[in-house]
Design a protein around this ligand. Structure first.
Ligand SMILES: N[C@@H](CCC(=O)N[C@@H](CS)C(=O)NCC(=O)O)C(=O)O
Length: 260
């Protein structure tokens, strides 16, 4: 039995759900309420000591880290393989995994600064302080505190936007060579990256994507896949996308000034 503990609006969870759906696997959904500290409940921390989503549980075996989950699923369920067969393409897919692991904390910076901060600041001070204090990784904890304190004026915003500029430039260069990120075929590289471009698009940073025509066409192609609709679109409430877009449009002038 395959179970996924995941955040409906979490990019790392989308990465795992995409692999499950692309491979046509049947799985049981256990949503974790990140906004109210579900990731820090002791029973969840027993599955995932970092207090992060996603966690896959396969017949009692609990596994964290979306890239490791993707690799595991592809090994245990070899039908419809998602990892490239050719060594160079497979190496390229691994590099995209590493890149996305670097991009992920900056995605949190952007998402919390632009979209989640206003609602979080409505919480009682002690509750919010406890949510931040429970973040296991000290670097992540410091990032969260900074964006809660400063919003889009947080000093980390420049690095976050710069990180996406580099990601998009790397994608544009690769897509000039191959139709998919790891090579000629759709692979785990594409499932790893698409949640992150979708997120910055929702956050009003679409102009960065639009300026790179190959990345834009790739995004539309991947988002049109039926598995994307089941794994990503179906889980994100339209009201959340609307909040992202409204807050994103308000933040864009400050963000684009950071790029200039
Ligand atoms: N590298 C991890 C990152 C997991 C992660 O940080 N997930 C976020 C949601 S996208 C999370 O659980 N955040 C917990 C929190 O914000 O307290 C992976 O890819 O699985």
């Amino acid at each position: 039995m395959l179970e996924l503990h995941h955040g409906p609006v979490s990019t790392a969870s989308e990465r795992a759900r995409l692999v499950l759906e692309e491979k046509g696997l049947t799985w049981t959904s256990h949503p974790v309420d990140l906004f109210n500290g579900g990731q820090h409940r002791p029973e969840y921390r027993a599955l995932n000591r970092m207090g992060q989503v996603p966690t896959l549980v396969h017949d009692g075996f609990a596994l964290r880290e979306s890239s490791v989950i993707a690799e595991y699923l592809d090994e245990v369920f070899p039908e419809s393989p998602l990892r490239p067969a050719a060594p160079r393409d497979r190496a390229r897919a691994r590099l995209w995994d590493k890149t996305i692991d670097e991009v992920h904390p900056f995605t949190g910076v952007l998402t919390y600064a632009i979209a989640f901060r206003p609602a979080l600041l409505q919480k009682p001070k002690e509750e919010l302080a406890a949510l931040v204090a429970a973040i296991a990784d000290p670097a992540r904890r410091a990032l969260r505190q900074s964006v809660l304190d400063h919003g889009v004026a947080a000093p980390e915003m420049k690095a976050a936007v710069g990180c996406y500029v580099r990601l998009l430039d790397e994608m544009e260069a690769q897509l000039a060579e191959t139709p998919y990120l790891a090579g000629a075929s759709f692979s785990t590289a594409d499932t790893a990256v698409v949640p992150f471009l979708t997120r910055i698009d929702h956050l009003g940073m679409g102009p960065l994507i639009a300026a790179r025509p190959r990345a834009k066409a790739w995004l539309e192609k991947i988002q049109a896949r039926p598995a994307f609709k089941r794994a990503v679109t179906a889980f994100i409430p339209p009201a959340v996308v609307e909040t992202f877009r409204v807050n994103g449009a308000a933040a864009w002038p400050a963000l684009s000034a950071l790029i200039a």
